[in-house]
Write a protein that binds this ligand. Structure first.
Ligand SMILES: Nc1ncnc2c1ncn2[C@@H]1O[C@H](COP(=O)(O)OP(=O)(O)OP(=O)(O)O)[C@@H](O)[C@H]1O
Ligand SMILES: [Mg+2]
Length: 236
């Protein structure tokens, strides 16, 4: 059974058509990546899934959806632990302390718990943002280019970290990126968004757990090239 099901989705901004004829499904625990050029509607699709913006068509998603935004979304005036604990006010004090402790550990930031975002590296800040989403125990995690601003070395480490977290927590993930290598490395399936529509789907055949070395295999390069060509076969 699908965990997310989208039928005939369209999104318009003041008459401008940002998405149309969108059909999409994701299974429980599946990791789906979406790639496409800037302006193709990737962020719009995630915002529609989260019901942040008006849309037409049908979107069925579980109630508890977590979102990691394209630009770092942490509170600069809160420490790492305060950021992770933000929005857990409905829990008892003890439970909240416990959840924050667990998620600081998950983010590998136990020793930085009292630091403010300005005192942390980009990768560390993004781990706070992801840990904060996970602290709410969402069934679905929507991620919008979470590593777009990181240097290549940090990004590689963070991809491996995310795969480890995903293997443990088994959330359904919809991951938007413009980085084809990242999409192929992380996902079970890669969808190409072109001109406001999904135009192609690629199954990723690599066994899990996946490690860096897979990126240097001919199969990986071939798939990456096919996806690249699929994106670039459209003008715009
Ligand atoms: N709030 C808005 N009002 C009007 N138009 C918008 C709005 N948000 C996005 N758009 C337009 O919708 C289209 C899709 O935008 P979207 O942000 O979804 O693209 P994207 O694929 O995420 O791009 P990027 O890779 O640059 O983040 C763009 O042409 C954009 O200008
Ligand atoms: Mg975007």
């Amino acid at each position: 059974m699908s965990h997310i099901a989208v039928k005939n989705l369209a999104v318009h901004y003041d008459g401008y058509c940002a998405l149309k004829d969108i059909e999409f499904e994701a299974g429980k625990g599946e990791f789906v990546a979406i790639v496409g050029k800037s302006g193709s509607g990737k962020t719009t699709f995630l915002h529609a899934l989260a019901h942040f913006i008006p849309f037409s068509g049908e979107i069925a998603v579980p109630k508890n959806v977590g979102m990691v935004f394209q630009h770092y979304a942490v509170f600069p005036w809160f420490t790492a632990s305060e950021n992770i604990g933000f929005g857990l006010g409905d829990k008892s004090g003890n439970e909240r302390v416990q959840i924050v402790r667990e998620h600081l550990k998950l983010a590998e930031l136990e020793d930085k718990k009292d630091k403010y975002p300005a005192e942390l590296s980009g990768g560390q800040v993004q781990r706070i943002a992801i840990a904060r989403s996970l602290a709410h125990n969402p069934e679905v995690l929507l991620m919008d280019e979470p590593y777009g601003a990181l240097d290549a070395y940090t990004r590689d480490k963070m991809q491996q970290w995310l795969l480890d977290v995903w293997a443990t927590h088994k959330k359904t993930v919809v991951y938007v990126t413009h980085d084809i290598e990242e999409a192929v490395f992380l996902a079970d399936r890669v969808l190409v968004l072109n001109h406001h529509k999904f135009t192609k789907e690629f199954m990723v055949p690599f066994a899990r757990p996946r490690h860096e070395e897979v990126k240097f295999t001919p199969e990986f390069s071939r798939l990456r090239k096919e996806i690249f060509e699929s994106i670039n076969s459209f003008e715009g």
